[in-house]
Ligand binder design. Structure first.
Ligand SMILES: Nc1ncnc2c1ncn2[C@@H]1O[C@H](COP(=O)(O)OP(=O)(O)OP(=O)(O)O)[C@@H](O)[C@H]1O
Ligand SMILES: [Mg+2]
Length: 223
């Protein structure tokens, strides 16, 4: 098992009230999965992705990554796990505006102090159909092109798991479809595990597994 979420509750204080963003939620991510999380706004999707991606820690319950309870890891070890194992694609891309597409893809290495492999970065830009745009900065790229740079960046270190929060939310349907096909291809050819949250029916149709969240509780459904 890649990631086990076992009875996780995440409680946020909001003024005087407490909100359980996750309420005794459990799910598993297996290697090779192509899993989609759906559910209404506020149901806990982003909170769940943040826990699976080790960006946050539960109030109670367990997050187990490749057999290791993250409770036993300090923040530095958790950062190291993220850097080595997980690629994130955020809804707003989080590209660095002063860097070119190629430099943004290389950034994951620079952040962990590794020299990096520029030929691999160029090849990934070819894979996401951006070979001719490697030297452009984000403000010279369309939303779909920026999204594809973010995907290349998420993939550059061969992560075990790619996590994407609403990956098609800012894309027109043709671009969204192209990006989903690319991810599905990487899933099939390289065995990279993908986990998305979405409101988008088209994303759900690509899923191998669908989990529905309702008020922080996980319900299991078939794709
Ligand atoms: N930092 C926070 N402080 C207080 N409450 C929070 C915080 N983050 C999330 N929440 C609350 O937790 C619940 C779940 O939020 P979450 O962002 O996980 O939902 P979501 O399913 O991703 O929604 P959306 O589809 O709108 O992105 C919501 O009620 C939200 O208001
Ligand atoms: Mg969200």
């Amino acid at each position: 098992m890649l990631v086990e979420i076992k009875g996780v509750t995440k409680t946020y204080q909001s003024g005087d009230a407490q909100v359980n963003a996750l309420d005794n939620a459990s799910l598993n991510i297996e290697e090779g999965d192509f899993t989609v999380l759906v559910g209404p706004s506020g149901s806990g999707k982003t909170t769940m992705l943040n826990h699976i991606g080790c960006l946050d820690r539960p109030t109670s319950g367990d997050v187990i990554w490749e057999g290791q309870n993250i409770e036993t890891l300090n923040d530095d070890s958790l950062s190291a796990l993220r850097a080595a194992r997980i690629g994130f694609i955020f809804q707003s891309f989080h590209l660095v505006p002063v860097l070119t597409a190629l430099e943004n893809v290389m950034l994951a290495w620079q952040l962990s102090g590794e020299p990096g492999d520029i030929e691999k970065a160029r090849q990934l830009l070819v894979d996401v159909d951006l070979a001719d745009h490697a030297d452009r900065k984000p403000n010279q790229l369309s939303g779909g092109q920026q999204q594809r740079v973010a995907i290349a960046r998420a993939l550059i270190k061969d992560p075990k798991l790619v996590i994407a929060d609403e990956p098609t939310a800012n894309l027109d349907s043709a671009t969204g479809e192209k990006i989903l096909s690319l991810m599905r291809k990487l899933n099939e050819e390289r065995g990279t595990t993908f986990l998305f949250s979405t409101h988008d029916e088209r994303v759900m149709s690509h899923a191998k597994k669908v989990y529905t969240l309702v008020d922080g509780v996980v319900q299991v459904g078939d794709a």
